[in-house]
Every structure is written in structure tokens, then in C-alpha cells.
Design a protein around this ligand. Structure first.
Ligand code: C5P
Length: 303
């Protein structure tokens, strides 16, 4: 019996935070060697794919006007790569509903690419397994494999080599979204420039991993570390004001997420997170405040 093509496939995909991010030397391929602890949180994008006679993308929601809708869109590139790899025609109408901040350091574009791989794989019946999808994901961007996998994972290489992290508990986060995005390559360049006068001090993720094993939010708050935070703050000094405000309000820890400018604060529990959110949303340093819990699963079909 011929397999029926679904009328649509809907995939939900989470934002990521980096609970630890240490940046090593710049490699010959233009990427930096990383050691990072990725953590997926419940701030999500939704990607819907439908059968079509060409490949297209439309974007709605938060910051949609800043997302390209041509062949440079990472979701379009994901569909094209899956088609090329499987020999399937690259035909689909991709609809992205943004909940993850655009250019916010939370892997929004990578999340959409991961979701599109999962969605088109189901729509087209191409049946690639998780490992094969992860291989394609790594070709699209450093964070795309993690967006497929979700939960909490140690990332090495340029971030694409993943090992799941054993941990317990759920963590209540408050994310402060910035008025304007930051360019990831610009933040890495600033780090390289700063390191010419001040050599890097190597940081390791042991404290974050120990806190996660114990499920201890207080320890986790103290252990959060991001080498990209100083260059992000140098490029956007108001981020320091925001970090100081979270500290004054009693957050267990606060950090710039990835290359920023989103700032993530860890709360004691969901009630404390609601309290922090209410205070932070009164501040004009950030555009909006979102509550999110982690860890959560990676890209998955929801309809
Ligand atoms: O892999 P992705 O497309 O997300 O990377 C965006 C940019 O971030 C790269 O072009 C590079 O400038 C920087 N980057 C890096 N080292 C990494 C990951 C990203 O320098 N490990």
C-alpha cells in the first residue's frame, strides 16, 4: 500500500542555555575549540512543514522581521541538506513560529534547523535515524546537534560532539531578553582581541557537572561560567547592569546566555522565578522577561 503523505508535521524545539562555556583556541577552520554544558529550556519555537511544489519559509512571532526568508535561512538550508542527502525532492512549505529570541544567544536559528530536519524527515518519510540526523545537524551549525537532542549535554569540538549529562532535578530560569541582538562572530572576535593582551585562563565544567549530579540549584548558580560573557558585556555594557540587578534581587546565579545578549537568571524554585520575573520586567534594561524550566527534550513531533 502506498504510504500517505501527512497534511502537515508540527515540531516543537527548545532554546538552549550554556551553563558552562569555556572557549579554547581559534582553529584553522575559523571555529573555536569549546567545552560547554548545554541545557535545553522550555522557551520554544514551533516549526510546521506542509507538502508544496517548491521550498519556502515564512516566519511569525517574536522578532520575525529580523529572520531572513531566502536560501540563507538555516531551516531552508536544513531541508535542502536533508533532500540532497536522501535524494528526496526539496519541496516543503516551512512555517516557523518564534518564541526563542532572535540573535539572542539561545540557539534560535539552530533550533529551527533541528526542528526542520525532524519535520521534513517525517513529512517525506525519509526515515533517517537519530545518528544520521545528528550528522546532518553538525554540518548546519555548532548548536544544531544539541537542539535535536535536548536535555543537558556536554559539548566539545566546536560544540557539536555531545555526551549526555546525568543530573537530577528541574531548574527554574528567568530569561531577560534584550532590545537588540548581538552577532555571534563579533563576540568571538572581541574575545580573541581581548586575549591578545590578556591570555586565557582555562576553566573546566567540573563544578557545574557536580551541581547537576546533586540537583543542587544553589551550587549550580555559583558554578555558572561563560567565557563569552566579558566580550558580550564589553560590546553591550548594559548587560552588566542587568546582571547586577538579578544579583540584588536574589538570583542564585546569572549569566549571559552563549554569545548573548539574553541574560539567564537561576531562581530557587518556580515561585521565586515568578517573583524575579515580576521585578525584572519593571526594568527598562530589557525588552521582555520570560520564565523557562529545564532540562527539557530536544526537537520532537507534536502534531
Ligand atoms: O556554528 P555556528 O554557525 O552557530 O557559528 C556561528 C559563528 O560563531 C561562527 O561563524 C564562528 O564565528 C563562531 N563560533 C566559533 N567557534 C565555535 C562556534 C561558533 O568561533 N565553536
Amino acid at each position: 500500500m502506498p504510504v500517505r503523505t501527512p497534511a502537515r508535521v508540527v515540531v516543537r524545539v527548545p532554546a538552549k542555555l550554556n551553563l558552562h562555556l569555556s572557549v579554547g583556541p581559534l582553529r584553522a577552520d575559523g571555529f573555536h575549540e569549546l567545552t560547554t554544558v548545554f541545557h535545553a529550556v522550555s522557551l520554544t519555537d514551533e516549526v510546521t512543514v506542509r507538502p508544496a511544489d517548491r521550498l519556502s519559509v515564512s516566519v511569525t512571532g517574536e522578532g520575525a522581521e529580523q529572520v531572513p526568508i531566502d536560501g540563507t535561512n538555516l531551516a531552508v538550508r536544513a531541508a535542502a541538506l536533508l533532500a540532497e542527502h536522501t535524494g528526496h525532492e526539496a519541496h516543503a512549505a516551512i512555517g516557523i513560529r518564534k518564541g526563542i529570541p532572535v540573535a539572542g544567544g539561545c540557539a534560535g536559528g539552530s533550533a529551527d534547523a533541528a526542528a526542520t530536519l525532524v519535520a521534513c524527515n517525517a513529512l517525506w518519510g525519509t526515515e533517517l535515524d537519530t545518528d544520521a540526523l545528528a550528522g546532518l545537524a553538525a554540518r548546519l551549525g555548532s548548536d544544531v546537534p544539541f537542539c535535536l537532542q535536548g536535555r543537558t549535554a556536554l559539548g566539545t569540538g566546536r560544540g557539536e560532539q555531545l555526551t549526555p549529562v546525568l543530573g537530577r532535578g528541574s531548574y527554574a530560569w528567568v530569561l531577560a531578553l534584550a532590545h537588540e541582538g548581538l552577532s555571534t562572530p563579533a563576540v568571538y572576535r572581541r574575545l580573541d582581541d581581548d586575549r591578545e593582551s590578556r591570555p586565557a585562563v582555562a576553566a573546566d565544567p567540573a563544578d557545574v557537572l557536580a551541581a547537576l549530579r546533586r540537583g543542587d540549584a544553589t551550587l549550580l548558580g555559583r558554578a555558572l561560567h561563560n567565557d563569552l560573557q566579558p566580550p558580550a558585556v564589553a560590546l553591550r555594557p548594559t548587560l552588566q547592569t542587568l546582571l547586577d540587578l538579578g544579583d540584588e534581587l536574589g538570583a542564585l546565579g546569572g549569566m549571559v546566555s552563549g554569545s548573548g545578549p539574553t541574560v539567564a537568571f537561576l531562581a530557587r524554585d518556580p515561585d521565586h522565578a515568578d517573583e524575579l520575573s515580576a521585578h525584572l520586567s519593571g526594568s527598562d534594561i530589557c525588552r521582555a522577561v520570560r520564565r523557562a524550566d529545564g532540562p527539557v527534550a530536544g526537537a520532537r513531533v507534536v502534531g
